[in-house]
Design a protein around this ligand. Structure first.
Ligand code: GLN
Length: 296
């Protein structure tokens, strides 16, 4: 005789249906996906496994965990902060509200950087990551280039702790030196560099006001706010890179929508650089620029 469904326990399918409606009413753009991701996490299973068993009953304890997360999501807290991690380059990175949640766009910076390492046949590259945040650029660069040594700089102490923890999790702590500080350093560990990488804050003040609540209310302003025109960080990084790169070394920068020509202009104005290239992200929008330090 088949087991009777209990009267008190809801199934995965029923819970997802109600949760999707609740998230939709709260104005969440991806209600079904978010409900599935949060319920899968509450049941400590994968989303794929969750969906193959929609008649599974959910225990009160699991239900309680899920409801608490749903309450946070309704308040527009990002799923990545609720779960405490985000996937990037097929690796799970710890994230806290002290760090920007890694975006898929930034994988294009990594791809372009790796193509330059290969093209220029650089061995044992020395790399500086300016504003490492959760550490994604430093950690992925270290994993993809096991002979690289990396200096990862970050202003926020608490972000640096997250980056350190991600480096340890992904077994690259020995390749990365973490440095707390800003641009005004007297001594640069690891300099001169073959590569300087950065995904700096680049949102201008007008655009900042129009960001989704998930970003504006929850992500660190310091990681997003690029000043009145969004270009403040580039004005600091470009002269720094001119000073710290080896001749023939490359600066690789992420930038915001429609900022390509402006960032290109700032780099071109510095006589230190040549061979400026701009590459698009997966959506086809220009997202990354690289420039070579001129031979002196
Ligand atoms: N890409 C991020 C966003 O659109 C901004 C990241 C940044 O400023 N570096 O929210």
């Amino acid at each position: 005789m088949p087991a009777l469904k209990s009267d008190t326990l809801d199934t995965v399918g029923e819970i997802l249906h109600t949760a999707e409606q609740r998230l939709q009413e709260a104005g969440i753009g991806t209600p079904r996906l978010d409900a599935e991701v949060l319920l899968a996490a509450a049941l400590e299973t994968s989303r794929a496994a969750l969906l193959t068993d929609v008649d599974r009953e959910v225990t009160p304890v699991q239900r309680e965990a899920f409801n608490a997360w749903m309450d946070r999501r309704v308040q527009r807290e990002p799923v990545a902060y609720i779960l405490g991690f985000k996937e990037f380059w097929s690796l799970d990175f710890q994230v806290t509200p002290e760090v920007l949640i890694p975006r898929p766009d930034t994988e294009c910076l990594i791809e372009h950087f790796l193509s330059l390492v290969k093209r220029d046949a650089v061995t044992a590259p020395r790399i500086l990551d300016v504003g490492t945040g959760s550490g994604v650029l430093a950690v992925v660069a270290a994993r993809e280039c096991p002979d690289a040594t990396i200096t990862a700089m970050e202003l926020s102490h608490r972000a640096l702790e997250v980056a350190r923890s991600n480096a340890a999790t992904h077994n690259v702590a020995s390749q990365i030196q973490f440095v707390q500080g800003d641009f005004h350093r007297e001594f640069w560990e690891g300099a001169p560099f073959d590569f300087i990488l950065s995904n700096p804050p680049y949102i201008d003040h007008v655009s900042y006001e129009t960001l989704a609540p998930e970003i504006q209310q929850y992500e660190p302003k310091q990681a997003l706010d690029g000043g009145a025109d969004g270009l403040d960080a580039y004005r600091k990084i470009i002269p720094l890179a001119a000073m710290l790169l080896k001749p023939g070394g490359s600066l690789v920068l992420e930038f915001g929508n429609d900022q390509g020509p402006e960032v290109n202009r700032l780099v071109a104005e510095s006589a230190a650089f040549e061979t400026i290239e701009r590459v698009a992200d997966y959506s086809g929008a220009e997202r990354v620029l690289s420039a070579k330090r001129r031979q002196v």
